[in-house]
Design a binder for this molecule. Sequence first.
Ligand SMILES: Cc1cc2nc3c(=O)[nH]c(=O)nc-3n(C[C@H](O)[C@H](O)[C@H](O)COP(=O)(O)O)c2cc1C
Length: 392
Amino acid sequence: MSAEPQSGVIAPRLFRDVLGHFPTGVAVITSVGDDGQPIGMAVGSFTSVSLDPPLVAFLPDRGSSTFPAIRNAGRFCVNVLAGGQEDICRTFATRGADRFGSVEWRPAPHTGSPVLDGVVAWIDCELGDVHEAGDHDIVIGRVLHLEVANPTLPLLFFQGGYGTFAPRSLVMASRGRPSEAVRAAEAARDDLERLAEEVGLECRVLAREENGLAIVATAGHASGADPVGAILPFYPPFGGTIAAWGSPELRAEWYDSFPAELGSEQRAEFDADLDRMRKRGWTLTFQSDAATEAETLVEAMAEYGRTPSLERRLFEAGKEMSGLDDPDLLDDSTASQVRTITAPVIGANGPLLHLTLYGFPPDASLDFVEGARDVLVATSRTLSERFGGRVD
Ligand SMILES: Cc1cc2nc3c(=O)[nH]c(=O)nc-3n(C[C@H](O)[C@H](O)[C@H](O)COP(=O)(O)O)c2cc1C
């Protein structure tokens, strides 16, 4: 039985301690003061309130010196801070600090309130009702415009400290000592560079790490974001060669990690593809919108981290992709559609690396594609022998 606490019975320290166990995001509420100067304050109390009509809220302390000016302006912009913006949070929580001294900003489209550079998202609002609630106010904002500016991981505040969001699957297993695969990719660097140079394409090296399928190296990377460090999920259709050459347990894990129901018919189809891939020693994929989307998402993951939203979109793109669809016969018209060719490197303990050639030109000839494939397959065999395995 718990007694109803009476007002004044709860010690402030207990209140803070217990409530400190609830993590919050951090936002900077900005506006423009009477004098035309930007103003802003850090809050952990920002929350979404209503979808229809779209309303949000935050709770300023009644002793805040900034809120009266925001209230007077009648509008504000919510800036959701990114994981690396702890300094900005501290500045906007310190009285007397030059809050806009070291941050670039631009005016939000409707209210002109500052949108700070580098924030995850901003929400431009008209100030609505203000409800008194103890020593704080509950301030409602009517949303006029909003945008995800950088889909990166947010800053979180918990028990007086700062951190960010880490999906469970993102916790790196190989902290400290690099994994066997990373060491193998390092040892194979010269061969991979030679391969990329000889075929004139990029070679991406993927490996099964505890938390997924990691891009552990690239050779001949031409332009755009560096994908090394991106982690893809290890479920169909990603990492097929690792599943194909892996133990039955590894193959079962590949299927079981699929975040939706995978019927026995679908498993049988994948099994047939994996067996065919294993017999032949390589696999290919064709150009498609879903494959382009998946590649963009992988690059975004390398840049921003593996956020749940990017992960969900990658799952959808994976489902749309032609999967492991690769015809036995390549001809001139199918050759020009090739997007990737992949072959494995097998080590003494099973599949070690997954080598993928990227960047085939849209008008690639059959000769070009077959030539690139042959060099890839030869490299895959040489490296497999060196690491104590065999592509069979
Ligand atoms: C992580 C964090 C969360 C905060 N959340 C709130 C909040 O929800 N409401 C509030 O009034 N102050 C909050 N503060 C404190 C204000 O940022 C700070 O007291 C205020 O900006 C002081 O300046 P002012 O007098 O200009 O308002 C928070 C501070 C930090 C560091």
